[in-house]
Design a protein around this ligand. Structure first.
Ligand code: TYD
Ligand code: MG
Length: 459
């Protein structure tokens, strides 16, 4: 028997390689190449005729269509019934879209998707495929949450061929595969859960979705590093990748668009997990701010995630370190950025924290990825170091440059408006983002140009 065709795929970047190497030639990561079976010899033979349009040799030529006549995906959006979920998807679910939803176990992926499938079932009859929970568990949850389950079929199955067989018969308009790590295809001999099985099974579902216009949600578990388990190639295959995040101790959950062919990336949707499942939080700014007076080490910032501004609290703790190499720990922002900001604080602000441990945390499990967090982080660090709270009702945003300049950030006015709406009185912002009059809708705007100005403004 002929040997099965194999190749190697990097689990870090998804690049293919013909032979095994210790280091990935594309991304340079070590020990990430994993063998995948492309096709067993028998299945390659069996699949060949179908791919070439059957033995008759008829190949249907694709038609050329004027672009302006092509139906637009935007016309075909269906609301998931959960406003925040729609927002992250870019305004509802596009028919035929394949969406990968990743997150830690227990974060609420199955709950969110069951709610969405049930709510869309009148427009998009759904097939919920569960490879992890029993049908009784899924149904029990649906009933307990009082979901309309009439148009939802469920299937406890992990073999892709069987799933697609049922789909061909039932013709659902929406399929949920929970989870992609449990799927396997008969054409490969590799063990279920292996990189090749996950990749090939997902590819089959994607192909089915594109051929039939069926929308597909793939649920994926994330690894310790925060990526979706399996090859990165999954992210390239699908139309959108959403991550479901949140502190295990908090009931708030954040859904973030990491990639979206139909909407803005970094768009956030905020949910609260309660005894009746996930509820959307339409005005999230309010929940990320702790009530009561500000303590030393805290600064409220206006971040802009996706298409809306959001008020979040940044906390810092600066404490003398017993270590020769003091710690710099950042939760919710990039660690290297923190180290860079502390260097700027030393060099251009004359404030040294070389013998101090510095911890920074973005409250509420939010991950801030934009540079507008620079100034608030430095103000929080300064406030903790000096053990002096910032003035009540103060917000800040702005990028800090390596030469100590405070640089403007996009959508300044929108951020000021969000702060004013939530009753803030004072904003410390880059000069180019500040209105000439020095105030904005009752907000006293302090324009800063250099780090030294910001340190003065904070004091
Ligand atoms: P689940 O959707 O099963 O998570 P995932 O699919 O991401 O693994 O969510 C499970 C968690 O959610 C579990 O810890 C219980 C909690 N939960 C609630 O608090 N309230 C609810 O109404 C439901 C359905 C779950
Ligand atoms: Mg689950």
């Amino acid at each position: 028997m002929a040997k099965a065709r194999t190749a190697y795929v990097c689990t870090a970047c998804g690049a293919d390689s013909g032979k095994w190497q210790g280091q990935c030639g594309a991304c340079g990561a070590w020990d990430t190449l994993s063998e995948i079976v492309l096709e067993s010899a028998a299945s390659a033979k069996a699949a060949a005729p179908a791919r070439r349009g059957g033995w008759a040799g008829k190949v249907e030529a694709p038609k050329v269509t004027p672009l302006k006549d092509v139906r637009q995906a935007d016309d075909l959006r269906v609301s998931t019934g959960i406003g925040e979920f729609d927002r992250v998807l870019g305004g509802g679910l596009v028919e035929g879209a394949v969406v990968l939803v990743g997150g830690d176990p227990g974060i609420g992926k199955s709950t969110l998707l069951l709610q969405a499938v049930a709510s869309m079932s009148s427009e998009l009859p759904g097939l919920y495929v569960t490879g992890e929970e029993s049908l009784a568990q899924v149904a029990g949850r649906g009933k307990r949450l009082g979901l309309p389950l009439d148009g939802v079929n469920a299937l406890a199955e992990t073999c892709v061929e069987h799933i697609l067989g049922h789909a061909a018969r039932l013709r659902p308009k929406l399929i949920v595969a929970d989870s992609v790590q449990t799927l396997w295809t008969e054409t490969l001999t590799a063990a279920p859960g292996s990189v090749s099985q996950v990749r090939e099974s997902a590819a089959r579902l994607v192909r089915y979705a594109k051929e039939t216009g069926t929308a597909v949600f793939l649920v994926g578990h994330v690894t310790k590093e925060g990526g979706i388990a399996g090859p990165r190639v999954l992210e390239h295959m699908v139309d959108a990748v959403l991550y479901f995040e949140g502190d295990s101790g908090s009931r708030f959950r954040v859904l973030r668009a990491f990639k979206n062919r139909f909407g803005a990336v970094n768009e956030l949707g905020v949910f609260a997990m309660g005894d009746k499942g996930l509820k959307e939080v339409p005005n999230p700014s309010a929940i990320f701010l702790s009530g009561g007076s500000r303590q030393p080490g805290s600064c409220v910032m206006v971040t802009r995630e996706g298409t809306r501004p959001l008020l979040v609290e940044v906390q810092a703790l600066v404490d003398s370190s017993p270590l020769s190499n003091p710690r710099r720990v950042a939760v919710g922002m990039e660690q290297n950025r923190l180290a860079m900001l502390l260097a700027v604080l030393h060099r251009h602000g004359g404030i040294a924290v070389g013998d101090q441990d510095v911890f920074v945390n973005v409250v509420g499990g939010i991950r801030v990825q934009e540079t507008a967090a620079d100034l608030p982080v430095l103000l929080a660090v300064l406030s903790s170091l000096q053990d002096r709270a910032l003035a009540e009702k103060t917000v800040a945003f702005g990028e800090v440059g390596l030469s100590g300049e405070i640089r403007p950030v996009p959508n300044g006015e929108e951020r000021l408006k969000e702060a004013a709406t939530h009753g803030f009185k004072r904003a410390i912002v880059p000069k180019a983002n500040a209105p000439k009059s020095g105030s904005y809708k009752g907000l006293d705007v302090v324009a800063v140009e250099r780090l030294a100005d910001a340190i003065d403004a904070a004091g």
